[in-house]
Design a protein around this ligand. Structure first.
Ligand code: GLV
Length: 317
């Protein structure tokens, strides 16, 4: 980093101060700000209101992969560049996606909770187990994982990594995309319902945008069936609110969820379900990746202040 090019403001804690209060409290001149860095996942939308308060903003750098919290068309109108962390997190998130899937299928978290709570185990009475082992073997034989990618190569990288891991378990991989990818040999689907009808597990790895919001609706969940499992390492709203009811009513078999609508809050009804594994949106965060993300933010800022293109730019249509 070349400190002569820029200096960093104090960190703004979006949970305790509005941007306006932060500026006033620190007596910052709005015209000082050319770059905005978001770390780690921003609970606030980066929209027109923020841009109006920072009229000289030229670049937004986020330490997330997803950019659904940033108003990209407003950035485009204002000539603001956007950079994320590219595919940096995809190895870690792919590991967690597979762990969630296997975890749900084997009821391993419920098993652990059962043993801790009862301090013993008497297998026939272990009511936590929704999928018993004999079912599981048959189930695993026919497991098909849906790898969903729609738009962007960074999520494609994640989907691909999940697929490679699941292939090693003998899973049959199908994928859904807007267009068939010439370099992917797995069977291609363009229709979510058809894909769900032919799948036993859906692994959602794609970005949230208007096209993907609620792409997994009740009809899709019913098509997946009462042994079907959904893993979501993308964004909560890829699935519609019926997910909770479908889990409670047994329309689907289980879910592994790393993302929630109103993070850090988790829907109460999910807390008592043994067929659900809940993870606190930390799939990407290992120490190594965190250090690498920090470096990437610096590299993106360095590029911007040296009049170069960002290292990991977001394409604004
Ligand atoms: O959810 C995490 C990210 O978008 O990086």
């Amino acid at each position: 980093m070349s400190p002569q090019n820029y200096s960093l403001s104090k960190p703004w804690n979006v949970n305790s101060l509005t941007l306006e209060q932060f500026m006033v409290e620190n007596q910052y001149d709005p015209s000082m700000f050319q770059a905005l860095i978001f770390c780690p996942l921003c609970p606030l939308p980066i929209n027109k209101m923020v841009f109006q308060l920072l009229p000289c903003l030229k670049v937004v750098v986020t330490t997330s992969t997803g950019v659904n919290h940033i108003d990209l068309s407003e950035c485009q109108c204002r000539g603001i560049q956007v950079a994320n962390v590219g595919s940096l997190y995809s190895e870690d998130v792919a590991d967690v996606a597979v762990a969630l899937l296997i975890g749900v299928l084997t009821s391993i978290v419920a098993a652990d909770r059962f043993v801790r709570a009862t301090m013993q185990f008497d297998f026939p009475q272990a009511s936590y187990s929704k999928i018993v082992l004999s079912d599981f073997v048959g189930f695993f034989d026919i497991l098909r994982a849906l790898v969903k990618d729609i738009k962007s190569s960074r999520f494609e990288a994640l989907a691909w990594k999940v697929a490679k891991r699941l292939e090693a378990f003998g899973c049959i991989i199908l994928y859904l995309s807007r267009k068939k990818k010439p370099f992917i040999t797995y069977p291609f689907y363009s229709n979510m319902l058809e894909l769900a009808s032919n799948s036993d597990a859906l692994v959602l790895c794609c970005p949230l945008n208007e096209e993907t919001r609620h792409m997994v609706n009740k009809e899709v969940m019913l098509a997946l069936g009462n042994k079907g499992v959904i893993v979501n390492v993308g964004r909560w709203s890829l699935i519609d609110e019926e997910l909770v009811n479908c889990l409670i009513e047994g329309h689907i078999g289980g879910a592994g969820l790393d993302v929630f609508e109103n993070e850090p809050n988790v829907p109460q009804q999910l807390l008592v379900l043994d067929n659900v594994i809940l993870s606190p949106h930390n799939a990407a965060f290992t120490n190594e990746t965190f250090m690498a993300a920090t470096q990437l933010v610096e590299d993106n800022l360095e590029a911007f202040f040296s009049n170069k293109s960002p290292v990991t730019p977001i394409k604004l249509n």
